[in-house]
Ligand binder design. Structure first.
Ligand code: ARG
Length: 462
């Protein structure tokens, strides 16, 4: 006889129930209850298929499918009593189904296992999150396009090494992030398409002797097709790894942009003003307006990439097929998904609300000898100097301006000719910031025309 306290789902061969510590390490119900809706959708599809293939009766399938809806509404209303002794969401739902509909509940688990069940539930959950990420990325890209369009020809300093390099346009800078988040979007879509194969019906690992119809359940659950190898189907967590690595790369992009917003909103830069809605105050310094949302977005990459590393390490070296190690997949993905969606939404909100300081950007654009390259290019184009010589002449002029405490356009023609006698008045035309950006007409360059062409292309895509 089986001990009363052994597990009602698998306790047949056990004489005693688990130690409390065993129960604590084994249970996943504390977190996998987040997959309740997916678990019930999978079970309802499975029950319908079992009836369609004649494995169970129509009336049993009917009772199971209706009973599962009752269980779902109990979970959604918060009245459901989750039990740690029942380990996970799968057995919690099934046990409750038995209490609600009685004997037919015991037929639901025919031709499947918790191994294909959990893979199915988790895939459905992750698939929803890919869709949420797509929505969040599209919204962020649209917000960036609005900023880019408003300031397609606003000049600002472009940096390398965070030193003033050459003038660029605000629109161009915004569009750089559109390209980055656009690649994230394509990774999301790519991974979502690849993952969309149904594990259901792979059963424990080898498939089943029941005449199941895996195409039917795949279709009912919105999968493109059933996964073609049952061993792989139950042991594959690539979809979760791709989700986390895609999230990680996107979080890197978010953190880079967040860092720029932190710098740009400082009193020293004043390139942008973040809205009150996305800033906080200091409890001691009344003048402070802190870019906390940007800082937190900058930080999120830590936990998201941490989740990626954690799951990579969980999966490393696991033999086929299912191992309980894989239960460690969910908390990482749940946490990363929550924080990724939050970071995307916060960034979208900040970008929508922020105001670029057009005058401040323009003033900064002209400082730091930002048109020195234009001067060197003029020496090449008009005087026919080799670029290396032009570079040298320009360097001398920069040193001269620095010594005089002025910018390049402030040097007199005499000053210029003292360094190279052939320089003419015409040189001043390339020293303005506006002419500098307007001249950068190469494909993908910072000229407003080029930026507007890219905005147009993206607007047609998103
Ligand atoms: N809670 C388990 C998980 O998340 C479900 C699968 C359990 N399978 C098993 N053979 N014990 O992975």
């Amino acid at each position: 006889m089986t001990d009363q306290s052994s597990n009602q789902m698998w306790g047949g061969r056990f004489a005693a129930g688990p130690d409390a510590i065993m129960e604590a390490i084994n249970a996943s119900i504390g977190f996998d209850q987040r997959m309740a809706a997916q678990d019930i959708a999978g079970s309802r599809a499975h029950a319908a298929m079992l009836a369609a293939t004649g494995v169970i009766s129509d009336s049993d399938a009917q009772a199971i499918r209706e009973g599962l809806l009752t269980v779902l509404s109990e979970i959604q209303s918060g009245s459901f009593q989750f039990s740690t002794a029942l380990e996970d969401i799968h057995m919690n739902v099934e046990a409750r189904l038995k209490a609600v509909i009685g004997e037919p509940a015991g037929r639901l688990h025919t031709g499947r296992s918790r191994n294909d069940q959990v893979a199915t539930d988790f895939k459905l959950w992750v698939r929803d999150q890919f869709d949420a990420a797509e929505t969040g990325l599209l919204a962020l890209i649209r917000a960036l396009l609005t900023q880019a369009e408003a300031g397609a020809d606003w000049v600002m300093p472009g940096f390398t090494h965070l030193q003033t390099a050459q003038p660029v346009t605000w629109g161009h800078h915004m569009m750089a992030y559109v390209e980055m988040f656009g690649r994230d979007l394509s990774r999301v879509r790519d991974a979502r398409a690849r993952m969309n194969e149904s594990p259901l019906g792979a059963a424990a690992l080898a498939g089943t002797s029941f005449p199941i119809d895996r195409d039917m359940t795949a279709q009912a659950l919105g999968f493109d097709r059933p996964a073609a190898n049952s061993l792989d189907a139950v042991s594959d967590r690539d979809f979760a790894l791709e989700f986390l690595s895609t999230a990680s790369i996107c979080a890197v992009h978010l953190s880079r942009f967040a860092e720029e917003l932190v710098i740009w909103s400082s009193a020293q830069f004043r390139f942008v003003t973040l809205s009150d809605r996305f800033s906080t105050g200091s409890s001691i310094m009344p003048q402070k307006k802190n870019p906390d949302a940007a800082e937190l977005i900058r930080a999120k990459v830590g936990r998201i990439y941490g989740a990626n590393t954690a799951l990579m390490m969980v999966m490393k070296g696991l033999p086929l097929a299912y191992s309980k190690d894989m239960q460690e997949d969910k908390e990482q993905v749940f946490d990363a998904a929550d924080n990724w969606m939050l970071a995307l939404a916060a960034m979208e909100g900040m970008v929508k609300d922020m105001t670029a300081n057009r005058d401040g950007l323009a003033a900064a654009a002209g400082s730091g000898f930002s048109t020195a390259t234009d001067l060197a290019d003029w020496l090449v184009r008009v005087l026919g100097l080799p670029f290396r010589d032009a570079h040298h002449v320009t360097g001398s002029l920069v040193a001269m301006a620095e010594a005089q405490g002025c910018d390049l356009p402030d040097l007199t023609l005499e000053d210029m000719q003292s360094v190279h006698a052939d320089i003419t008045d015409d040189v001043y035309s390339v020293l303005t910031v506006e002419n500098s950006v307007n001249s950068r007409q190469s494909f993908g360059g910072t000229a407003p025309d080029q930026v507007r062409a890219q905005i147009k292309r993206w607007k047609a895509l998103v």
